[in-house]
Ligand binder design. Structure first.
Ligand code: KG4
Ligand code: ZN
Length: 366
């Protein structure tokens, strides 16, 4: 496969995202990956008042943002080829922009879109937009698993040395995967209740912080000058995770505090929660690395942005190469979907059949 340029779309949760990504296949490896654009329209401000994502509203916001986000990704990827008319001209205008659109899309080889897992209403907006564009410009389409997006976000600038232990830590997932090659994967454990990012969001809500809670908990914990409070740390025997006990312990502690809770106590709670949450992740990762004897760990997902997690993993795993995605590729974004699509093209040819289905509970393909 020569060089391939992909327009990627991601709408699985509360980020409307589009990106243009290119890369070249060399045997079974994708090289020279270049992210030409990576645009994310976050709905965080909208969901702030609910302390989490409100699915109906998320879907409606995607409808409002999808076209302008795709346009922004195209403009930024091809600055010398301006988009002269909107992708969806209003009904009163004729299609004078067709020629401009055709020549712009002639640089694109395929359209990739997240088909799951995620919120069904949100997924559908991205899938339908991608199919409409692919159909209009007669381009092949590639359905991508969101978890593959987080996994392959760690393959930039170059793929890791295999075998790897992959840790996906996000608002929807906490899972450990053993990968002997990019596509030969075995899931080792996942969460039994909340995902780690979700626990950060819920504890942030308890402390009266905004959404998403992860960055705010990290920041508040960093301001704690005392030892963190000690909350229970879970370490299940089977490589799975659980955050319900920790969440309840934090809630009970918060409820027992006199109001208003002083800032330094809130900081100590945030630090204690963060410590306990990461003890579990580090403990399980350490166990897998020791039993599988892997020298590479890759970490993807929104929680991979947390610097305390970086430090704790590096300290617990000396001699092990640990790769985190670049910051712009940690939280949900479309560039990671484009990169996953480039790798996916090595094993399945993209098709010009516009029958993709969104699947809310899609599992990681093995
Ligand atoms: O990957 P992502 O954008 O969406 C999902 O696929 O779920 O992850 C979002 C999650 C949120 O729960 C957010 O609170 C968490 O990632 N997060 C963090 C940090 N930045 C984002 N958690 C801890 N520390 C952070 N710095
Ligand atoms: Zn995600």
């Amino acid at each position: 496969m020569p060089k391939s340029t992909i327009l990627a779309i991601e709408t699985s949760c509360d980020e409307t995202a589009a990106a243009v990504v290119e890369g070249s296949a060399e045997g079974q490896v994708i090289r020279d990956v270049r992210i030409r654009s990576n645009v994310v329209a976050s709905q965080a401000a909208t969901h702030q008042r609910y302390g989490g994502v409100f699915p109906e509203i998320a879907a409606r916001e995607h409808v409002g943002a999808i076209t302008s986000t795709i346009e922004a990704a195209l403009r930024s990827a091809f600055p010398h080829q301006p988009l002269t008319t909107p992708l969806c001209p209003d009904q009163n205008r004729d299609f004078e922009g067709q020629a401009n659109h055709q020549s712009l899309f002639s640089h694109i080889d395929a359209i990739a879109v997240t088909v799951g897992p995620g919120l069904i209403g949100s997924l559908l907006i991205g899938v339908e937009a991608a199919q409409a564009l692919a159909m209009s410009f007669k381009l092949p389409i590639i359905g991508v698993n969101h978890l593959d997006g987080h996994f392959f976000s760690t393959f930039i600038p170059a793929p890791p040395e295999f075998p790897v232990v992959a840790l996906i830590a996000s608002g929807g997932h906490t899972m450990l995967v053993w990968a002997s090659s990019p596509w030969r994967r075995t899931p080792l454990g996942t969460t039994r209740d909340d995902a780690v990012g979700e626990a950060f969001d819920k504890v942030a809500k308890l402390l009266g912080l905004g959404y998403p809670g992860g960055p705010q908990i990290e920041e508040l914990a960093g301001r704690s000058t005392k030892n963190p409070l000690m909350f229970p740390t879970t370490l299940l025997n089977d490589c799975s995770f659980s955050y319900s006990g920790l969440k309840t312990a934090v809630r009970q502690f918060v409820e027992a505090q006199p109001r208003p809770i002083p800032e330094h106590i809130k900081a100590q709670i945030a630090a204690g929660f963060q410590h306990a949450a990461f003890e579990q992740i580090v403990g399980q990762t350490l166990r897998v690395v020791a039993t599988r004897k892997s020298a590479t760990v890759v970490v993807g997902g929104g929680v991979a942005l947390n610097k305390v997690l970086h430090t704790k993993l590096r300290k617990a795993l000396p001699g092990v190469t640990i790769r985190f995605p670049q910051p712009a590729l940690t939280g949900d974004n479309a560039a990671m979907i484009g990169v996953a699509a480039l790798w996916q093209q090595l094993r399945t040819k993209p098709v010009r059949r516009y029958a993709l289905e969104a699947q809310a509970d899609l599992k990681l393909m093995l």
